[in-house]
Design a protein around this ligand. Structure first.
Ligand code: ADP
Ligand code: MG
Length: 488
């Protein structure tokens, strides 16, 4: 792919796709997603980054990965440099120069030549083959497992205790427990992929399975479609059906398109299950909430164990922060961990991202890891996106206040106090989020938009009649705003 035959932006987009497969998700989101290509002429590749922190971090930790990927995509080996808004900042090295040698001082005052803490001790750029990859017969390998996703590296807390225990049981006796299939569901960044891959890593390391297939569900789908195009369905079936453990990630995507993929998955599932092979799936919602899922698959998913993974509580978040800091060889003061743990309240990926950001910031600016520095990072990153006002966060808040479970709040019960709480939640969702009525109705047990209109009118009427009720609604509004969109 010569540079003159391709738009550099498209080329960089392709490089990013390749990089995304090889680094951890939060690293990609932090360091690569905000990049753009500034110039590429075959000899020189200039990457535009948002800050000197990013330039420094990318240069220190990812230069060789970037060079490798560019070489794979273009068959060229250009020099790589970084720029911030058009200013050529640093690092222009000939390909082949590695590591710290030849490193140039940044031409900005006060910026150290490199960040001072070590890279994660484990390789980031995916590594060990799966047993499946190692198998000599495979012409089309499955995705490699990320070796850093282990049980040892997984902090157990209230929200994930059960999912962790089930995953561990399955890893130790694949196909031989009651947990077949194991279905783990939960929101983004809560450790589903981590647990899924930990099962594979454990089983491989302990020789408990010959062939472990880790596959994001989109890959299953595209492999299947490809096999139809190439008339190689038999190969596809042989490949998937010969796994000892099939780890299928984010299964919700499988049911979005075409029933053929679903049928194929149904047969794959049956073939594996009948032969006592282990199947583990992750998903963003429980099976019964999966739109488009056929009844026969739903019932199979429920044969084994369906377990949620919930957001970690503060204690677990703090433990995770300490563990991630330790991996980076940085002692994290308790007050800083407590601040970060409170600031990011639900999503481990965000938590990790904020910590990496903080460590890079402190290193580049040569400062200690303090709460002040953490506050600076918090301001820079804005409110935790996972706790931004959403219909669900409002539901949780209201349910909590009235001492109801989320399920009861959304349920069809007409009990007066539940109905009032539900009306309040719908009203606040309308008031505080930009979502259309139809979307709000969907979140409330698939109710019609006219039900939401009715709820909103009921609350408005009550507010007019009853000042105490009106005050309560205003208190809710400001408390929710404060909780989910605080200003730092
Ligand atoms: P999901 O697949 O649920 O979106 P991931 O498994 O990709 O989430 O997790 C996001 C990041 O958070 C990963 O880097 C993972 O290692 C980390 N992580 C999540 N939960 C934990 C945990 N309990 N202990 C340690 N790291 C965790
Ligand atoms: Mg995942």
């Amino acid at each position: 792919m010569a540079p003159d035959s391709q738009d550099p932006h498209e080329l960089w987009a392709q490089c990013l796709l390749a990089i995304e497969r090889r680094v951890r998700p939060q690293s990609f989101a932090n360091w690569f997603r905000p990049t753009q290509i500034a110039r590429f002429d075959g000899d020189m590749l200039v990457i535009q980054v948002p800050s000197i922190v990013s330039a420094d971090w990318l240069e220190k930790h990812y230069l060789s990965l970037i060079r490798d990927v560019v070489a794979e995509e273009t068959t060229l080996t250009p020099k790589v440099s970084f720029t911030i808004e058009g200013t050529s900042l640093k690092v222009e090295r000939a390909p082949g120069n590695g590591g710290a040698e030849g490193q140039e001082q940044a031409n900005q005052p006060g910026v150290p030549a490199s960040v001072q803490f070590s890279a994660p001790t484990k390789p980031e750029t995916v590594p060990l083959p799966t047993a499946f990859n190692a198998g000599q017969t495979e012409e089309q390998p499955f995705s490699a497992l990320n070796v850093s996703y282990t049980f040892d590296g997984f902090i157990v807390g209230e929200g994930n205790r059960f999912a962790h225990a089930a995953a561990m049981a399955v890893a130790k006796s694949p196909g031989k427990t009651q947990f077949n299939p194991l279905f783990i569901f939960g929101g983004v960044g809560l450790g589903k992929t981590h647990l899924l891959q930990a099962i594979g890593n454990y089983a491989c390391a302990h020789n408990l399975a010959q062939r472990v297939a880790y596959v994001p569900s989109e890959k299953f789908m595209s492999d299947f479609i490809e096999s139809l195009k190439n008339r190689s369905s038999a190969d596809f079936q042989r490949r998937y059906r010969s796994a000892d453990i099939l780890l299928i990630d984010d299964i919700q995507f499988l049911f979005l398109r075409g029933e053929h993929t679903q049928t194929e998955f149904f047969h794959t599932f049956n073939a594996l299950h009948q032969n006592g092979k282990q199947i583990v799936m992750t998903c963003d919602s429980p099976p019964e909430k999966l739109e488009g899922l056929e009844e026969r698959l739903l019932s199979r998913f429920q044969w084994g164990l369906v377990t949620p993974i919930e957001p970690p509580d503060l204690e677990t978040r703090i433990a995770i922060l300490h563990q991630k800091a330790e991996i980076n060889g940085i002692p994290l003061p308790n007050d800083v961990a407590a601040f970060l743990g409170s600031y990011i309240s639900s999503n481990v990926r965000e938590l990790e991202g904020a910590l990496i950001h903080l460590m890079a910031y402190c290193s580049v600016h040569n400062t200690e890891l303090t709460v002040e520095a953490a506050k600076h990072i918090a301001r820079e990153r804005g409110p935790d996106p996972t706790t931004e006002l959403s219909i669900e966060s409002i539901q949780r808040y209201v349910a909590n206040h009235f001492d109801l479970t989320l399920d009861t709040l959304i349920s069809k019960t007409r009990k007066q106090d539940v109905a009032t709480a539900r009306h309040i939640a719908m009203f606040l969702a309308k008031r505080l989020t930009p979502h259309p009525l139809k979307m709000i109705g969907l979140h409330f047990g698939n109710r019609d938009h006219s039900t939401v209109v009715h709820a909103v009118q009921t609350i408005e009427k009550k507010c007019k009649k009853d000042p105490t009720f009106a005050r309560m609604i205003e208190d809710f509004t400001s408390a929710i705003k404060q909780k989910y969109a605080p200003s730092f």
